[in-house]
Design a protein around this ligand. Structure first.
Ligand SMILES: [Fe+2]
Ligand SMILES: [Fe+2]
Length: 333
């Protein structure tokens, strides 16, 4: 995409002053678009910020499987079932890449997962809304994965190497998710009046939570300025949200359904769409754990984790056995 900066692999000359601090040297690398790798020196605050962001991202991928998993057994055709299963499995893979990226910063996977299960860690609030009809699967793919792409494409050129590289593959898969969602919406909108009404109802319920996915307005976003300086974040919440609105309006027109915001209109002066005010009270309420499905999501995750204990134990026992066998072979060689 044209708006991306590219981190370069080419050598560059560091300031040759012997008195330059580690922190200045680190910032100099970032300013010169040199990626930071796990063994490089980094400020503690940079490491902590990345662990928080990457682990929240990983949790969002994992919890994000739940609303859609709800519809795998009820997909309306074999083709839709195959597509949805592939998508949900992709999300599991995204979670795993991201836990792996957070581990390169020294975070322990077990701690991250415990924090998710205890409710201490956050994940994207959008996944605390219910999937009431099949059209919700279309709306999620179109809007939620569409918003995820908008957020994640810039991360392909973020300053931390393992996170940036994970994002390249994630974004390719997100693009498939967005297309499968839009195609579901298209089929419904070209179907019976009842099917089109389902699509409209899903858009009505998912539109505003999708706009909230970009986070608070820039004026309220406390971590933004430092994250921009470190090139962890490349564009502000409001910039990305605006791009998302500008992308979605023509798509809704193609579908023939109406975005539930009477204030949306093209602004000739700014060459962007103006849109109505977001209900931030609802956003914070869901973030604080009071959304329609917060408790259900955590309960389901905890149950899945408990029921998977025997698999983890068996895998660990098998790995130990293989390791032992290799050591015995090496001794007798
Ligand atoms: Fe994903
Ligand atoms: Fe996705």
């Amino acid at each position: 995409m044209a708006f991306l900066f590219k981190f370069v692999q080419t050598p560059f000359v560091m300031s040759d002053s012997k008195n330059i601090s580690l922190e200045d040297r680190f910032q100099e690398k970032i300013d010169n678009n040199i990626q930071i790798e796990p063994k490089d020196w980094m400020p503690e605050a940079y490491r902590k910020t990345l662990i928080r962001q990457i682990s929240q991202h990983a949790h969002s991928e994992i919890v994000g499987m739940l609303p859609e998993g709800n519809w795998i057994s009820r997909a309306p055709s074999l083709r839709r079932k195959v597509g949805l299963m592939a998508k949900v499995q992709d999300e599991a893979g995204h979670g795993l890449y991201l836990y792996g990226a957070a581990e390169t910063l020294g975070a322990a996977r077990a701690t991250m997962i415990d924090d998710l299960h205890s409710g201490k860690a956050k994940y994207s609030s959008i996944f605390n809304y219910p999937t009431l009809t099949w059209a919700d699967i279309g709306a999620i793919g179109w809007l939620v994965d569409g918003a995820a792409i908008m957020n994640q494409v810039p991360l392909c050129s973020c300053s931390y190497g393992p996170y940036a590289r994970a994002m390249v593959r994630v974004c390719k898969e997100e693009s498939f998710h967005q297309r499968q969602g839009f195609e579901i919406m298209m089929s419904l909108c070209n179907g019976t009046p009842e099917q089109k009404a389902l699509a409209q109802d899903a858009l009505n319920r998912w539109w505003w939570p999708s706009l909230m996915m970009f986070g608070p307005n820039d004026s309220e976003s406390k971590h933004s300025a430092q994250s921009m300086k470190w090139k962890i974040k490349r564009f502000s919440n409001d910039e990305l949200r605006q791009r998302f609105v500008d992308m979605s309006v023509p798509q809704a027109k193609i579908l023939g359904i109406t975005i539930p915001d009477p204030e949306i209109k093209w602004n000739e002066a700014t060459k962007q769409h103006d849109f109505g005010a977001i209900d931030w009270e609802e956003f914070w309420n869901v973030v604080k754990g009071n959304g329609p499905c917060n408790k259900q999501r955590l309960k389901t995750r905890n149950k899945a984790h408990d029921e998977g204990r025997w698999v983890r134990e068996a895998a660990t026992a098998y790995a130990e056995k293989r390791h032992q066998r290799k050591q015995n072979q090496a001794k007798s060689a």
